[in-house]
Design a protein around this ligand. Structure first.
Ligand SMILES: CC(C)(COP(=O)(O)OP(=O)(O)OC[C@H]1O[C@@H](n2cnc3c(N)ncnc32)[C@H](O)[C@@H]1OP(=O)(O)O)[C@@H](O)C(=O)NCCC(=O)NCCS
Length: 286
């Protein structure tokens, strides 16, 4: 057996990695592989053994001050042999080398791996709780008339987004809005953006993310529209535990918690208006 090789991934390998994410029960979006790869084609590293990809992960550079590590998977046939450790440290260091020395790196860790990430220099910030919508409680608001996010002037959208995400993320935002199997809703009042939601079709149901809004009333209106657009299929929302209003909204909708991760950072803590973050965009790219 030759020594493991670390190298960049191709688009079709990212597609395979997302397939493995499906096997893990992460319920990826139908367009995730294409969209993730388009955000940062240099942001995926594979570990290869004897010519075969046996693991991989994302190291996406959102801008010079923020990067994100996600989709960390070793194929089940090759676990427990140190390949994950090798891949993770190589990814961490390669991502750091693509960022400013003062940059932050984020990840969303499953409970079992948090100790490993702490040993690798990360610290916990907040938990992200995945809720599934089981029934719909709030009454429809007839006066709520959102528009597609693509109609919001870019500067306004990017400015609002910047208050809810650790850095500017032009590539991510543009690709996310353009996904084929998605719908989006933005609330604009008196020419001012109050919040927006993007919902993408997944292997099972739809995931709503981001759901960014200036208050719970706007978030509730947007989430209801996402629910209506999903028809009879379930919807999922990844809620930061630090946003009490979002937890209260999930309870009002009768949503059930089904899974959680811990958002962790290495480097400076990003400054966010967490009270606007009713649902994060993804656990894979931040
Ligand atoms: C997590 C994963 C990538 C680890 O790959 P691996 O090749 O088995 O890992 P290694 O053998 O190199 O071990 C790496 C470290 O992870 C720890 N680890 C691996 N699996 C673990 C588990 N199930 N529970 C606790 N720790 C675990 C090991 O103890 C080791 O830590 P140490 O080096 O500090 O002792 C692999 O188990 C996997 O693909 N799991 C499913 C997907 C997943 O959960 N990814 C992480 C999402 S945050």
């Amino acid at each position: 057996m030759n020594a493991p090789l670390l190298r960049a991934m191709t688009a079709s390998e990212v597609d395979r990695l997302v397939g493995w994410a499906m096997d893990e029960g992460w319920n990826p979006g139908l367009d995730d592989a294409n969209t993730f790869y388009a955000v940062d084609p240099d942001g995926f590293i594979a570990v290869e053994l004897d010519g075969e990809m046996v693991g991989g992960g994302a190291i996406v550079r959102h801008d010079s001050d923020f990067g994100f590590m996600g989709l960390f998977i070793i194929h089940p046939d090759h676990r427990g042999k140190g390949l994950g450790r090798m891949l993770w440290y190589a990814r961490r260091d390669r991502l750091a080398s693509r960022l400013a020395s003062s940059a932050a790196i984020g990840l969303d860790g499953v409970e079992a791996m948090c100790g490993f990430y702490v040993r690798g220099g990360f610290r916990a910030a907040t938990r992200h709780i995945r809720f599934q919508l089981a029934r719909l409680a709030p009454a429809p608001d007839a006066a709520f008339h959102p528009v597609p996010v693509g109609l919001v002037p870019w500067e306004q959208l990017a400015e609002f987004d910047r208050t809810c995400f650790p850095s500017p993320r032009n590539a991510y935002l543009r690709e996310w809005i353009a996904q084929p199997s998605s719908c989006s809703f933005a609330s604009i009042e008196d020419g001012t953006l109050r919040g927006y939601a993007i919902s993408r079709r997944c292997r099972v149901g739809w995931k709503v993310g981001p759901l960014f809004a200036e208050d719970r009333a706007v978030a509730t209106g947007l989430l209801r529209r996402c629910w209506e657009a999903a028809g009879s299929e379930p919807i999922f929302l990844d809620v930061p535990e630090g946003n009490r209003e979002s937890l209260a909204m999930a309870e009002e909708f009768g949503m059930e918690p089904i899974f959680h991760c811990t958002r962790m950072y290495r480097g400076p803590s990003p400054k966010l208006q967490l009270e606007r973050v009713f649902g994060i965009t993804t656990l894979e790219l931040g």
